[in-house]
Design a protein around this ligand. Sequence first.
Ligand code: ADP
Ligand code: ASP
Ligand code: MG
Length: 815
Amino acid sequence: MKVLKFGGTSVGSIENIRAVLEIVKKSHAAGERPIVVLSAMAGVTNLLTRLATDASEGKDFVEGLKDMESRHFSVVKQLIAVKRQNPVFTKLKIYLNELEDLLQGVFNLRELSLQSKDLIVSYGERCSVLLVSKIAEQYFPEVAFADTTKLIQTDSHFGSAHVNQAASEQSIRMYVADNESKLLFFTGFIAANEQGRVTTLGRGGSDYTAAIIGSALGAEAIEIWTDVDGMLTADPRIVKKAFSLPVLSYTEAMELSYFGAKVIYPPTMIPAFLKKIPIVIRNTFNPEFPGTVIQHDSGKTTLPIKGISSIPAISVLNVMGGGMVGRTGFSGRLFTMLAREQINVVLITQSSSEHSITFAVHPDDAKRAKALIENEFELELQANKLSEPEIEENLSVLAIVGENMKQTPGMSGKLFHALGRNGINVRAIAQGSSEYNISVIIGRDDLAKALNAVHDAFFANLNKTLHVFNVGTGNIGATLFRQIREQHSFLLDNNDIEIKIVGISNSRKMLFDVDGIALDSWQTQLHESGEQADLAVFVSRMKQMNLPNCVFVDNTASEQPIRYYEGIFQSNISVVTCNKIANSGPYEQYRLLRDTARRHGVDFFYETNVGAGLPIVGVLRDLMMSGDRIVCIEAILSGTISYIFNNFTGDSSFYDVVKRAQELGYTEPDPRDDLRGTDFMRKMLILARDAGYPLEPEAVQLDAILPEACINAASVDDFYRELKAADAHFDALKKKAQQENSVLRYIGKLEDGKVNITLEMVDGSHPFFALSGSDNIISFTTERYKERPLVVKGPGAGAEVTAAGVFADLVNVGA
Ligand code: ADP
Ligand code: ASP
Ligand code: MG
């Protein structure tokens, strides 16, 4: 025999009821002798609760009742043959009339007791079970409607009554024995006290009904059919990557559901545990899927934890006072009193000084708990042995659960690292005495982010999602998006990384999509977006969205975004950029940004600041971090200047080479912008700073390549005229070099904490002698690389390689 319980969504619509009947038919045909327990149709319990409150406040409830009627009637019309419909309509109508009378009574009295509320709410289950059992009569020879208000006995704790297990089990057994040949449909959730007054077992209580029946009958399994693939690692409405767990122990399931996993009501586990009956959570809409088995042992698994659950709304009370707290007997008195007053304490922590106790309760209970404490400890408060209890609101509890945790060290470290890295402040911590859970109290605004971050941290075998906000959609931005799109599946398959671009802005428009902007149509989407670009708004929206593993990518060459970097780091968001301005401005700013990023445990990556995609910044960082010391750095870091001197050989004049470079698109519209060397200077400055020298931009010695007259020329045409006039000067330089078997190179050098960039002659023994095209080159002479320097060489400009560098930085974020 099996007990099959179907939840509200499973009986929520015509389609769904059909699915339920298929499952029951299959089970019946397989000889499993199913016993069915049903909840009210989806939303009906909420509706009835609201109508009851409305009536007690003198508000209209008639509309709501009509809604309830039409939902049930339409199922009758569609799933019951016309000739069988009338008696069902009549029976439903009787229920609805009773319900209307009750609501009218509440309306007249303007009073709603918990007892009346239970009675009103009980019609949800009665109507749904009536309906489904009548539908089933068409397919099964004998069907019976089993009213649990006649079978399950409870105390009078209306709203959440305690079951008298022995009495209930006996009635159930007798009833089932009397109806052996029939397919039975039980009402979930509802019961009655000794006087026969209707009670309910607490919200979500139909699961519990199923367990009570299963226990009474010694069922082989209790199947909880719902709308998800079992118990998942986290609430799938918040954590998209949550996945179904094949096996859980009763304790694990209990802890997960106690801390908010709504899929099963916590008391359900008790009767099943006592009789060792497995509970199986399955999906009505995916019946082939095996779901989750809850059983005695937690099963073999490599997962460090089983799941993460949360209670979104919690209030915390702090009780402090050197005179009382910490003394033997105080907490006993406090919590006994709260238990007596039926205040459910979700979690308790005590500070190590033992001068304060913090405990969490449901927000509705907070004020009452405070008043009760003030009453109970009135004398102590007057004597100042205790200070007035404080309430903190808008908090949530997050708990990680799993039996494996006990044997695995480092679990709490992992938890706090994930929270810390994402800037989530932990208000209090509690470890269950069972060591099967660690729970933390955090701000409610952080809950979704925390759940996702912690899920990513513990289930690292799953892909990690980076949420990227990108400003700048020029050449580099656009190329980056293309590369990300092309690499999407590779990254997922090989690196378990998924990059979602969730925000894009250029100077005109901006666009957001938490689920990731489709990268094959971002241009049109951005163009058609209704949001005008506004960097301040863009940044504050990014912070508000509060996503885990969040990265701000600055693909502009503008000063504007720099101003936001510090605040971005403070919000625990990493920055990846090809924009050099932040790092080559005042030293103070450079320092501040690095320190802020480090303090908040986030990354600030700018590999493409120097030599585009070439590994230069990273190599320097690795050398420094591994304790090497820079003796000297020599570099050619301007592609344009590199091209010009590499080609300034043979018969060509300097003028010709510059002209050709411009024609080939290697220079800025005004070639002096390259030849002045400012961009080169910035790169050298960044390297020097990264090598540990606190230099200001003015400290870089920059030898001019161009004569004064060229620099001062009024227009580009004038410049070229002056350049032609200076041919003799350049020719003389070239000749001199040729005589010495050398070539001209414009080289930046960092030595003894000083940076200068000068035009030099180098001979064949120098690594820069054979440079060609527009390549960049850099050589690091260090304590370790002393005899032969470490040289990096290759193309140091272009959208493709720069975007690739930004991409690589992105993938390294949080690595
Ligand atoms: P039913 O109406 O079938 O009783 P519930 O709404 O009570 O269904 O519970 C199922 C819902 O619980 C799922 O739709 C899911 O959104 C939610 N849920 C929350 N946490 C979890 C979790 N850890 N695993 C599975 N479902 C969860
Ligand atoms: N219908 C009840 C509720 O919504 C019981 C249940 O669904 O388990 O709480
Ligand atoms: Mg439920």
